[in-house]
Design a protein around this ligand. Structure first.
Ligand SMILES: NC(=O)c1ccc[n+]([C@@H]2O[C@H](COP(=O)([O-])OP(=O)(O)OC[C@H]3O[C@@H](n4cnc5c(N)ncnc54)[C@H](O)[C@@H]3O)[C@@H](O)[C@H]2O)c1
Length: 723
């Protein structure tokens, strides 16, 4: 009997690819595609974009041509319309059903439940009620059902712990299908599809999103800013043609009741995809990057074992560069041409009497070993012809600043260099005035650019000068300490200290670019490295268990060996995490508050010690220990978490030794500062690795008790000294 195939989600991206592939490889086959959207041969039901213009996603020419009307038909039947499904199955008597209809990841919960779970259950019940038995029902599921796998590659025998509602509903769909199949004696084969790549895919998927932006930037219909999520994330990408081939194999040879990973078995970093897209469009040096946060519950690494699929004869053949090339071509050719046909002149806007101003901050953050050497070219590219003024501290001037100034000067530009004495005491109004004067003497005008080369002292001081000089001038950060690379240089908070309060005078002022060269970290003193780790522990506790584990497991690589690769990984992960926290909240509000973990006590401690003797990160390390002790005492975190935090702090020589009387005075300062600021005192407590709780009922007495508990703690007790 020749194959009669019924495909749900038949007008969708995977549905059409499966139909095209089946018809192509089996000249006798017939396909009925069903779906709820109106029939449309030239476009998918969703839209893609050309520049900012939404365009119904064109069906790629090759797919369109394969859907021969003599053997392919579309029926508009909703998956939840059981009588309609029963009629169709009775009339068509499919030998195979391939069920790939589904709501997309970001759909609302009710759509996810209705389409993914109820739709699947209804389909199985409709097959049962029709009295007709297809030989096989292939259920298209998702690789997301595994969640963040404990080991990689993830195999079909591993447990499932979905991290989001989409994946949870896909797993539930698998379960209802299996229950129905067992009850009605049906052969169901499950295919867990990983990250699909291909022309026409929804732009919520990273490959289409990057290809669309790059093609449009290249064509001049989008500003030259490429937005993307964390680059270190990995995925198992599989071209849609391969998915189609795998699903057809499952229909023909899959074992009833079994699960198969539909993937390529290759792990690819998002960064590699970005590189391929840049190479394809030649945009590498013509585009800025803007990091957007990953999904709140994201899987950091993913790759699947495809042994089972291989046993059926599957072998991935398409290469990623080829897949990305055809994706970019799709945008350049098919989407661009569909957009020009659809294009309508923009409606004239009605006159408005209200003025509204919206401000966005987009700036590239580039992380690359050796970047410092390329700074003159970077400045040329972004600030052509502008005079350059480098602010640094005395130590960094001798190590890096003088050489950088010389290289810029050799390129024919005027450059000024000013160094404040190294150390936190330079983060003061006196030095602020001194820098303003030096810039004025240099002839710094509105077109000039300030380069903050140094640690957090320099980026905080310089950022604040840039906010005030001539009411605001351009600046870039070139952070040279670990702390500044992943923290101080990013986020736009700039300030100087006052004798009574840390960061008491300041502003929000974002740089035009942050250029991070992890290679410069080799010359840091150990205490400065530990200090940077303290802030990395903080950000890990706020949002990245992965970063925490990295810091826990690579102490020697970071502190002793200073492995460039590991340090770079720390910087990248910490930046990704900080941005994910800041992005929805660029000004101080709720999410950002979590980044105050360790600071509520750390800041008054620094003030108490007159900004001498203790590095900022060391004070933060102390604050994290205090917050952990309070969290453990209140049952906010469990013992294991608290001990892991203490242990990781200890392994980096944190918290430092501080006399008890200074710790006690810092508590009282906290109350005073707090009274000056007004409002509730927000205290951030670690709840689990990557999760914090914010409370406003921590008193000076609570902190003092926590300090006493630390003084008795077997690992940390030395941090409280008598003198
Ligand atoms: N704005 C923010 O969001 C933010 C966030 C965290 C911290 N901060 C601020 O950052 C400051 C602390 O920053 P920090 O720890 O970088 O201190 P820092 O700038 O004082 O640098 C610490 C020491 O490292 C030296 N140094 C810098 N780069 C070096 C290199 N490549 N090799 C050798 N030595 C080098 C400096 O000369 C200095 O002696 C504090 O004022 C803190 O409040 C700001």
């Amino acid at each position: 009997m020749s194959a009669r195939v019924l495909i749900t989600g038949g007008q969708g991206f995977i549905g059409r690819a499966v139909a095209a592939h089946w018809l192509d490889q089996d000249p006798q086959a017939h396909v009925v595609a069903l779906g709820r959207s109106p029939r449309r041969d030239d476009a998918f039901p969703h839209t893609v974009h050309w520049g900012e213009q939404p365009v119904p996603a064109p069906v790629p020419g090759a797919t369109r041509r394969a859907l021969d009307p003599g053997r392919y038909r579309y029926e508009r039947v909703d998956l939840n319309d059981q009588p309609g499904l029963v009629r169709l199955i009775q009339a068509w008597q499919p030998t195979v059903v391939i069920h790939v209809a589904g709501a997309l990841r970001d759909a609302g919960l009710s759509d996810l439940v209705t389409t993914n779970i109820l739709g699947t259950a209804t389909l199985i019940e409709a097959v049962a009620a029709s009295g007709w038995r297809p030989e096989t029902v292939v259920l298209g599921s998702s690789g997301g059902v595994y969640g963040a796998a404990g080991r990689l590659p993830v195999s079909e025998t591993d447990g499932c712990l979905p991290l989001d509602q989409y994946s949870a509903t896909k797993l539930a769909a698998e379960q209802v299908a299996c229950i129905g199949a067992a009850r009605h004696g049906m052969r169901v084969v499950r295919g867990r599809i990983f990250n699909v790549v291909g022309a026409g895919q929804d732009e919520r998927h990273v490959t289409s999103w990057l290809a669309m932006q790059a093609a449009a930037i290249d064509a001049g219909v989008r500003p030259p800013v490429l937005r993307h999520g964390p680059l270190t994330t990995t995925r198992d990408f599989i071209p849609v043609e391969e998915v189609a081939r795998a699903l057809v194999l499952l229909a023909l040879r899959g074992e009833a009741g079994a699960v198969y990973n539909v993937a390529s078995g290759r792990e690819t970093r998002i960064e590699e995809i970005r590189e391929l897209v840049l190479a394809e469009t030649g945009l590498r040096d013509r585009v800025e990057f803007h990091l957007t946060p990953g999904r709140p519950a994201d899987i950091p690494r993913q790759v699947a074992s495809i042994e089972r699929l291989r046993e059926l004869g599957f072998e991935p053949t398409l290469e990623m560069p080829e897949a990305i090339r055809s994706l970019v071509r799709y945008y350049r050719d098919e989407v661009a041409s569909a957009a020009s046909k659809n294009g309508k002149p923009a409606e004239p806007r009605p006159p408005s009497r209200q003025v509204s101003v919206s401000v966005r901050y987009d700036y590239p953050i580039e992380i690359r070993a050796g970047l410092l050497e390329q700074l003159p070219e970077r400045l040329d590219a972004q600030f052509r012809g502008a005079r350059v003024f480098i602010l640094t501290d005395t130590r960094v001037r001798d190590l890096l600043g003088a050489g950088l100034a010389e290289r810029i000067r050799r390129g024919g530009r005027e450059v000024g260099l000013h160094a404040v004495p190294a150390g936190e005491t330079s983060k003061s109004l006196e030095r602020f005035g001194e820098v303003v004067e030096a810039m004025h003497r240099f002839g710094f005008d509105r077109r000039a650019v300030l380069v903050n080369l140094g640690g957090g002292l320099v980026s905080d001081l310089g950022g604040y000068v840039a906010a005030s000089y001539l009411r605001g001038v351009a600046y870039v950060n070139v952070p040279t300490t670990l702390l500044a690379q992943h923290d101080a240089a990013i986020g736009g908070k700039v300030a100087v200290n006052m004798p009574w309060g840390k960061n008491f005078v300041g502003a929000f002022n974002h740089p035009r670019a942050v250029w991070v060269d992890p290679a410069v970290l080799q010359s840091l003193e150990t205490v400065d490295l530990s200090s940077g780790v303290a802030e990395a522990i903080k950000v890990a506790l706020c949002g990245s268990a992965r970063l925490f584990r990295l810091l826990e497991s690579r102490v020697d690589d970071i502190l002793e060996r200073r492995s460039p690769a590991v340090l770079e990984e720390v910087v990248r992960l910490a930046i990704d995490t900080k941005l994910a926290i800041l992005e929805p909240d660029p000004y101080e509000a709720n999410l950002r508050r979590s980044l105050n973990l360790g600071h509520t006590f750390g800041h008054p401690l620094e003030t108490e010690l007159a900004y001498r003797d203790l590095r900022h990160g060391e004070a933060v390390g102390f604050g994290i220990a205090v917050a952990t002790s309070i969290a453990r005492y209140r049952g906010v975190c469990d013992e294991e978490t608290a001990e892991r935090i203490y242990a990781v702090l200890h392994s980096y020589g944190l918290p430092p030794r501080v006399p008890r009387h200074h710790l006690q005075s810092a508590c009282h300062r906290l109350e005073t500062v707090h009274l000056v600021r007004g409002g509730a005192l927000h205290f951030v407590l670690p709840a689990a690795l990557g999760q914090v709780e914010i409370t406003d009922d921590v008193s000076c007495a609570d902190i003092q008790e926590a300090i006493e508990r630390l003084a008795r703690h077997p690992v940390l007790k030395d941090c409280v000294s008598e003198t």
